[in-house]
Design a protein around this ligand. Sequence first.
Ligand code: GLC
Length: 603
Amino acid sequence: MKRIRGLVSIALLLAGSAFAQPKKLGRLDREGHAWWQHAVFYEIYPRSFADSNNDGLGDLNGITAHMDYLKKLGVDALWITPCLPSPQVDFGYDVADYTDIEPIYGTLADFDRLVAQGRKRQIRVVLDFVMNHTSDQHPWFLKSKSSRTDEYRDWYIWRDGKQADPNAPVSSGPLNANVPTGEQPPNNWTSIFGGPAWKYDSTTQQWFYHFFDPAQPDLNWRNPRVQDAMFDAARFWFNRGVAGFRLDAVDTLFEDPELRDNPPYFAPNQLDVGGNPFPGALPRNDAYGMPEQRRLYNDNLSENHAVLQRLRRVADQYGAVLIGETWTDNIAELKRYYGDGAAGEIQLPMDFLFANVNRISAPEFRRQVALVESSGGWPVYLFSNHDITRAYNRYGGVHPSDEVAKLLAALLLTLRGTPILYYGEEIGMENRDPVSREEVRDPIGVRGWPLEKGRDGERTPMQWTAGQNAGFTGGKPWLPVAANYQTHNVSSEEQDPNSILNFYRAAIRLRHRDPALREGVYVPLNPEDPNVMAYIRQYRGRAVLIALNMSPETQTVSFDLSKQGYGSRAKLRGLLVSNASREQMLSSVSLQAYGVLIGEVVK
Ligand code: GLC
């Protein structure tokens, strides 16, 4: 990354906030970095953020109305999950038109206003791009299913069924009504939303493939016309001022052309040293009762990469960012999604191995950060999103605490890389899983109940106030509000200097102002310490030290920074603390339970 020395020194002379934010929404910041490298992203699930017309569902005008809140929080870019026309089977992830806005969320004019109000405050807008599939109500699919010879037939994946193997488990049930006797799906692939990944269509007497819900048929990315149509949709939004996309389900764009059956999945403890299952080992069933499989032939195929390279070239024409929903199992796979040089792919592929450490554990976070750092790409970190249980509960355990929430914030916002927050994380919103099947709205929960409760729990209404419906709506909210809204809401936390919200605000402000936190190299410290994760971020002769006590007991640790040129009398001058005192000696740093000390190292 090129650095512009002159500009940096001029910028350092400027007052904090002026230094923090470029004046215009230019492609490069004052230090010569791409805007997305130093942006703090904030994910909004529009259905649940703010309801401006009291129909119980959040909408775009609700987001616009809270733009000042977002500005004060300090975020630089919003990622809004799908708000395009959709039957809402998967709440927008089933798109029926790629160039309009879903009426329950507003209009294109509302969207333009949202973008303009954001731009006024130097907040960019990133949309979700659902590339793998459309809604079964999209005109492309309606045409495709109308006849085997329709010009859109090959836009989706249609195949003849197989004659039943008398030994294979019979696939039956409501999804496959009208299937001719003795006929089975084209292969054994299962949908991650439960059941077979094929649905029979009685009009044309063939099966179509759906990795997700049957209402979300997979597009055939081997068809160049599909590619062109989708890239045109991307351009439509770039031309409207969208700053990038979060790419939905990009690892499943392509399937094996021969449709080979997937092998069963065996857990590591079911395999011998040669990687073969022990005799008699049986694959476990998934939450929907189907045997688990290794998705060898319909996930992470190498053909994905050529499409991403093409999409990146389109994005580059607009200075836009691509954020990937990349569920990779290891760093080599993650690395591939960055691409290379002229064959660049996704600038920010998400690493879910970090999000899913799932324990407050210094050794595990240290290990995962080291792996991501070794990938060579610009890291992107997150803890929560609309598909995973909120971090407040996942990391807080049975009795989640605000201290743990602040510790997570400190980690997320001081690592080298781009952080993504999930709405409500900044106030410590907790999960609220449905308590009965009747309450469930998410298609996964409807199908998988009670083993799979679905994702409603992490999508509850934003908690603005301690009042009715947490101030989200004057109507009946589409999902019940989470239990902690009376203590954890924007309005109460604004008043409390020790709230999670004020901690997030301070940490983001610090990150914007301090070049070491944005740009400094990451140097792990005390690599054997089981309790305290510590590192410095070093930049141009300055070092900021971050010490995070990942244990419920007080810990006292010492740091040797002689290699960095600091002697035994060096001190830490606290920039932001939680459960720790501000001024401490480097040789003896004390942190109470889950304490945080972010401090400048001074000689
Ligand atoms: C992604 C989304 C998820 C959605 C699925 C199908 O995983 O994050 O919410 O259900 O894709 O589009």
